[in-house]
Design a protein around this ligand. Structure first.
Ligand code: M6R
Length: 615
């Protein structure tokens, strides 16, 4: 939930750290700080509550001394509120040592008591300062050997952590470690970087090394060494980042979210590319791995938030094409309820970041129980794919806005591909030509929704800026889209919103309908199922009769909805499984436009962070 960056090299580090933090700010934005060691071996540090801009302003007033070694942090508070004192870095060893942290140190209270008894005093309420103080003590006990001291510390910590530390006695050295929390190395020429993800250093290098679980890294300008927690050297896995700095810039857009919504045709096209052979879907990464899909009798898809809603669409598609039961489980529920799984179960995890702690723990749990694991992920080198037997990457490019949009579309696309791939392998799909044609037509159709409905939906949101509650209804694959529409609105415009299965309406939610209540209804095509379509039209009549203001999302030419709708948003004709990718777009635009109309920060909504790397 926090962003971490480290630098060693010939250049002044402060600006490099600030630029890295700006790219990582989506991970947490309630306080930020940097520390540098200058040429004289003096450590300078500044940290401020508030967004990165507050720290920037403070440094603009009085900069830290020039230093070529530095660490920086942007925080999402866990232990202790967002104050200057609780911001990172935390100092120890008479302020000669600085340490930053992402994660939660579960045994911090016991360690704190131990250190208090030892005469240590603390300035913050954080678990991180305990790690800093422990490192200070280990450093003194180990004759000033920073690497040895650092190893001593990580072996005493329980929980999840990425730590970076430096000491003014060792300019040109930053040490780091990770356990269940992300850290990657960026390889430069005569300089090296550490970051929570590659965005931290993407403007300097696209060459990276992934660090495994429970590993320690030391970087100097000319060398990178990686060991396990016992100090045994290990090989880190090299990878090249497939996108460049420009992809993570806002460009001329008003927000990252606006940019990312508009990038959906490309995100879907890039996720499909290279995975269609003739009339069939063949995912090259899964070739030779048919065993994952044969001899199983059940699939569980596990994820959180938006990724879990994409999973619900995947359930319909995989069951239809691969003819195998699919359950969708929120990762945090799955793991703590003793699920019945074994080697006849395939557990598919979905995560944009590849670092969501709940999802990561669900994958580990599934592996320990003997299940086969496959992840769908948007981030190269992330932990979840590394912990899985196989991975299908989405190629949405970097997603910076906290509200997930293009990653959602890419996740659904990957699930559709997976369903067709599995169907072919399992022999339940003989001819995929119609579905392949639907897939390849998707980018253009999404682009059409973006161009034809942008203005209409934005205007609608403007009229509804004072609305206190919005409901979303859908059936079949429209149900997960109703959930996603509600989540988007909640998270960025702070309006009460709920998504329901339309069939559930009469079992309770219809009591919420009062005159003027806005309700979005996702109407499935009558070409897919006349029965389901007519049931949704009946639901519309029921809420209309009770005064709801009905906004329907329906395919072009569907006239049945016209007599009962206050507003009609049109989407192009598409196959049943492909419609969600079109229907979600107006809901994303609506949430974004409404948040903008309320004057809210669309990219960095309150209380949230992009990657939830704590449980
Ligand atoms: O990185 P992940 O896909 O694992 O993240 C999962 C959720 O935290 C994420 O989708 C969250 O719900 C988004 N803020 C929704 O817009």
């Amino acid at each position: 939930m926090c962003g971490i960056v480290g630098y060693v090299g010939p250049r002044p580090s402060q600006d490099i750290l600030l630029a890295g933090l700006a790219r990582l700010e989506y991970r947490g934005y309630d306080s930020a700080g940097v520390a540098v060691i200058d040429g004289e071996g003096t450590l300078g540090m500044r940290k401020k509550a508030g967004k990165l801009a507050v720290l920037r302003d403070s440094l603009a007033d009085s900069s830290l001394p020039d230093g070529n070694t530095g660490i920086g942090h942007t925080r999402w508070a866990t232990h202790g509120g967002p104050t200057d004192e609780n911001a990172h870095p935390h100092l120890a060893d008479d302020d000669r040592l600085a340490l930053i942290h992402n994660g939660i140190i579960e045994n911090f209270a016991a360690l704190r008591d131990e250190l208090l008894a030892d005469g240590v005093s603390f300035r913050s309420e954080t678990d991180t300062e305990v790690a800093a103080a422990l490192l200070g003590r280990e450093y003194r006990n180990n004759g000033g050997d920073l690497q040895l001291a650092f190893r001593g510390v990580v072996n005493r910590l329980e929980g999840a952590f990425t730590l970076l530390a430096m000491h003014q006695d060792h300019p040109g050295l930053v040490v780091g470690a990770r356990r269940n929390s992300p850290l990657v190395i960026g390889l430069g020429e005569g300089e090296n970087f550490l970051g929570s993800d590659v965005a931290a250093f993407i403007e300097h290098t696209r060459k990276a090394l992934a660090i495994g679980q429970d590993q320690i890294v030391s970087i100097t300008p000319d060398a990178v060494t990686v060991t396990d927690f016992a100090g045994t050297p290990v090989e880190a896995e090299p990878f090249d980042v497939s996108w460049d700095a420009a992809a993570a810039e806002k460009g001329g857009w008003s927000s990252f979210m606006a940019k990312e919504v508009s990038e959906q045709p490309e995100a879907v096209a890039n996720t499909i590319r290279g995975r269609i052979q003739g009339d069939q879907v063949v995912i090259p990464e899964l070739e030779g791995l048919d065993d994952l899909f044969i001899g199983i009798n059940r699939i569980i898809i596990t994820a959180c938030g938006t990724a879990a809603y994409s999973a619900l669409v995947g359930k319909y598609a995989i069951e239809q094409w691969a003819r195998i039961p699919v359950d969708v489980e929120l990762a945090h529920e799955f793991r703590y309820r003793d699920p019945v799984i074994g080697d006849d179960t395939l557990v598919v995890s979905i995560s944009q970041s590849g670092e969501t702690m709940d999802t990561l723990m669900a994958v580990k749990y599934a592996s320990e129980r003997g299940a086969r694991t496959l992840s769908i992920c948007n981030t190269q080198g992330a932990t979840i794919p590394r912990e899985s037997d196989a991975v299908v990457y989405t190629h949405a490019g970097p997603e910076v806005a906290v509200a997930s949009t293009k990653a959602f579309s890419a996740q659904i696309t990957a699930l559709l591909l997976l369903g067709l791939h599995m169907g072919r392998v399992r022999g339940s799909v003989e001819d995929a030509s119609v579905d392949v044609a639907e897939l390849t037509a998707l980018p253009e159709k999404i682009a059409k929704v973006l161009s034809s409905e942008q203005e209409h939906v934005t205007q609608l949101a403007g009229w509804m800026a004072d609305t206190r509650s919005v409901l979303f209804l859908g059936r079949h694959v429209g149900f997960p889209i109703a959930l996603e529409g509600a989540l988007k609105l909640k998270e960025i415009s702070y309006i009460h919103a709920e998504g329901f299965a339309a069939g559930e309406l009469k079992h309770g939610p219809i009591a919420l309908i009062e005159p003027g209540q806005p309700v979005f209804v996702l109407v499935p095509s009558p070409r897919h199922s006349a029965v389901v379509h007519s049931k949704v039209v009946s639901n519309i009549q029921e809420i209309r009769a009770r005064g709801a203001r009905v906004i329907v999302v329906a395919e072009e030419g569907d006239a049945a909805v016209l007599p009962f709708a206050d507003e009609v948003i049109r989407i192009p004709l598409a196959g049943a499984m492909f419609e969600p990718l079109l229907a979600v777009v107006p809901l994303q635009i609506f949430a974004m436009a409404l948040a903008t109309a309320k004057g809210l920060d669309v990219d960095q909504p309150r209380n949230l962070a992009k990657s939830v790397t704590v449980e």
